[in-house]
Design a protein around this ligand. Structure first.
Ligand SMILES: Nc1ncnc2c1ncn2[C@@H]1O[C@H](COP(=O)(O)OP(=O)(O)O)[C@@H](O)[C@H]1O
Ligand SMILES: [Mg+2]
Length: 398
């Protein structure tokens, strides 16, 4: 399975220009994560930092116990072998046909025989749906095919971490969905840790297990898709719906005060879009189950509306597994005793406490309406500090 990538307090600037600061997140192993952000927020800089092509001034990136920000070049070289990267434009050699482009890393970095190389290249071309196009030159094919060729080339060294820079840029919506499907199927087949950076909200809402949002030099939030897609936080709602109104202004200067945040708390959260499933016949994506277990462990800390939305997405089998009864039409699931024995018992230390934690029904009292529409537990926090939490600290502040 793919490896975990731990990013801790990472800051990067070029001269006087801060790109982002204090970015902390963990890419869970074997899961697909998306980093969403407007153009120019430093998404590509982040990917290049992860592979050690750019050096952040502060913070750590720990992979297999090695901090690649400070490790010797020799160790960085070894860690880099774990990565497969699809750059924004596919970065193919224009004068080489697709076969040779995809074979390139194998010929450069391994001593494999040509027959072995052929076997690997054709296997990866099949994974991305390019069989038959071996002889084509990059200039003779569509942008979508070029991206898939770039992806196949990123796969030939069997990476455990795959970074994809804007898979959807320059593609029409149909080709974007096709490429997204390839990525989801790929994850099912090789269980690699995948990070996609994009400014496409649709990709963020349908593809990943985890979503992060980069905005105004800060990581606004990072977490499982269920948690972000049901979050009533105005900034998250606005981000994931691409709304022009909201705390995210068009310019740095346009900031919002408490009044505007209060008004935005009336924004209703749209129903969660279903996640793109694997193509029939593909192996199950084990990442989905790991993510759901994680979400259920933190279910109680979420807003009541979010809890309801999340429970509605569970199948009857999953509800039984976690100790909820199947929902009656239109109603949200009520908790019951866990069905014993459960169809596939989960490890004791993993989720055994989940049904206990959420019994009795969470939030039996009428929650106090918070000024910005969040969960009751969070209402104790003043708007100003809540706002600061989402936008990060101001320069010079602790
Ligand atoms: N090598 C570099 N040297 C100086 N500035 C850079 C370099 N690479 C990127 N930048 C700047 O960093 C900012 C973020 O760039 P980028 O990561 O490409 O944004 P995104 O991928 O989110 O659109 C931009 O202002 C860009 O000009
Ligand atoms: Mg970019």
């Amino acid at each position: 399975m793919g490896v975990e990538v731990v990013v801790d307090g990472l800051s990067k600037s070029f001269g006087a220009q801060t790109i982002w600061r204090d970015v902390t997140l963990t890419l869970p192993p074997g899961e697909i994560s998306v980093l969403l952000g407007p153009s120019g927020t430093g998404k590509s800089v982040f990917l290049k930092s992860l592979v050690g092509l750019l050096k952040p001034e502060r913070g750590k990136i720990v992979i297999n116990g090695v901090d690649i920000c400070t490790c010797p070049e020799r160790e960085l070289y070894e860690v880099r072998k774990l990565f497969g990267v699809l750059f924004q434009d596919g970065a193919l050699f224009g004068s080489m046909n697709l076969f040779d482009n995809i074979a390139f890393p194998l010929r450069e970095h391994t001593r494999k025989s040509e027959s072995e190389i052929r076997r690997i290249v054709l296997e990866k071309m099949e994974m991305v749906g390019l069989i038959g196009a071996e002889e084509k030159l990059p200039g003779e094919i569509s942008g979508g095919m070029r991206k898939r060729a770039g992806l196949a080339r990123a796969l030939v060294l069997d990476p455990e971490i795959i970074l994809v820079d804007e898979p959807d840029s320059g593609l029409d919506p149909v080709r974007t969905v096709l490429l997204n499907q390839v990525i989801v199927d790929l994850n099912a087949q090789i269980d690699a840790t995948i990070l996609i950076v994009t400014h496409d909200i649709n990709t963020a809402r349908t593809v990943p297990d985890n979503i992060g949002m980069l905005y105004r030099r800060n990581l606004v939030m990072f977490g499982p898709r269920e948690v972000l897609l049901t979050s009533p936080e105005p900034v998250v709602v606005q981000f994931l719906n691409g709304r022009p109104d909201g705390p995210i202004g068009m310019t740095e200067e346009k900031d919002t005060g408490a009044d505007e945040l209060a008004r935005l708390s009336e924004i209703s959260v749209p129903p969660m879009m279903p996640q793109l499933d694997v193509t029939p016949g593909m192996p199950e994506r084990t990442a989905v189950r790991r993510r759901k277990e994680r979400v259920l462990r933190q279910l109680r800390s979420l807003a009541p509306s979010a809890q309801q939305e999340i429970l509605k997405t569970l199948t009857p089998e999953e509800l039984a597994l976690y100790g909820f009864s199947a929902p009656a039409t239109g109603a949200w699931p009520q908790q019951t005793e866990p069905i014993a024995p459960t169809p596939a018992p989960l490890p004791q230390d993993e989720v055994a406490d989940v049904p206990q934690q959420v019994r009795p029904t969470p939030y039996p009292r009428e929650p106090e309406a918070p000024p910005w529409g969040g969960a009751p537990e969070q209402t104790a926090e003043p708007v100003e500090s809540s706002r600061r939490r989402w936008f990060g600290r101001k320069r010079g502040e602790q």
